[in-house]
Design a protein around this ligand. Structure first.
Ligand code: TYD
Length: 212
């Protein structure tokens, strides 16, 4: 089973992904929790390039290709081998991030990006995706607070530094994707408290497994 978490900065998806890992492991499953960008060895290098404020001269096309390079390494070297050994894989961001951020945020052609995702994942699609929906005002406030606590303002702030309307487009992009694929993408209100959000995640995962 392959599960992904998506949403704008500060929506709490990394926390939910960790909770789900713990929950499934508690039920005796082997779980790999991974992330994009940065889920493979090469991906860690790409992540530094992608998130560094020094690289604010990256063209949107170069940015796209780096995310796709990260994804295909991740799928082939990490995700697929784990799925083949029977692990449940949870990824913090995956294909929908590219459509939401590069497609809706950077206003690149969505259908083209979907085709490029198809090449990058080569048949390895998520079974279930949780979209933690949140207003960008709340998300950015949370993300900036977190960055201050972790002191990562200078190294990993490239997206947090984008204007609010960029994040509004990203959010709407995600919601549009969810309306196109309601079976796969579950929209959750990330303004609710973490335990409530996690109850919904757990219930949906259990329901999915019962229907396998
Ligand atoms: P990260 O620090 O992982 O952010 P978050 O904690 O919000 O997940 O940074 C990942 C950034 O990369 C995030 O701003 C979204 C962006 N991104 C894209 O623009 N396209 C993509 O395909 C992916 C995977 C991420």
């Amino acid at each position: 089973m392959f599960i992904t978490f998506e949403g704008i900065e500060g929506c709490g998806k990394s926390t939910q992904a960790r909770h789900l890992k713990d929950y499934l492991e508690g039920n005796g499953r082997e779980v790999l929790l991974t992330l994009e960008p940065g889920g493979s060895r090469l991906g860690k290098e790409l992540r530094k390039m992608l998130l560094s404020l020094e690289n604010n001269d990256l063209t949107r096309e170069a940015e796209l290709f780096l995310y796709l390079a990260d994804r295909t390494q991740h799928v082939q070297q990490v995700i697929r081998p784990a799925l083949h050994t029977g692990k449940t894989v949870i990824s913090d961001r995956f294909i929908d991030s590219t459509v939401a951020y590069q497609g809706f945020g950077r206003e690149m052609h969505v259908q083209t990006l979907q085709n490029m995702n198809r090449v990058a994942v080569d048949g390895t699609w998520p079974d279930l995706t949780f979209l933690l929906d949140l207003s960008p005002e709340t998300g950015l406030r949370r993300a900036l607070e977190r960055n201050m606590v972790q002191n990562i303002t200078s190294s990993e702030g490239r997206f947090e530094a984008e204007a609010l309307d960029f994040h509004i487009r990203v959010r709407l992009g995600y919601l549009e994707l969810a309306s196109q694929e309601p079976q796969r993408i579950v929209v959750l209100d990330a303004a609710e408290d973490q335990d409530t959000v996690f109850d919904r995640v757990r219930n949906r995962v259990n329901e999915y497994m019962e229907n396998l």
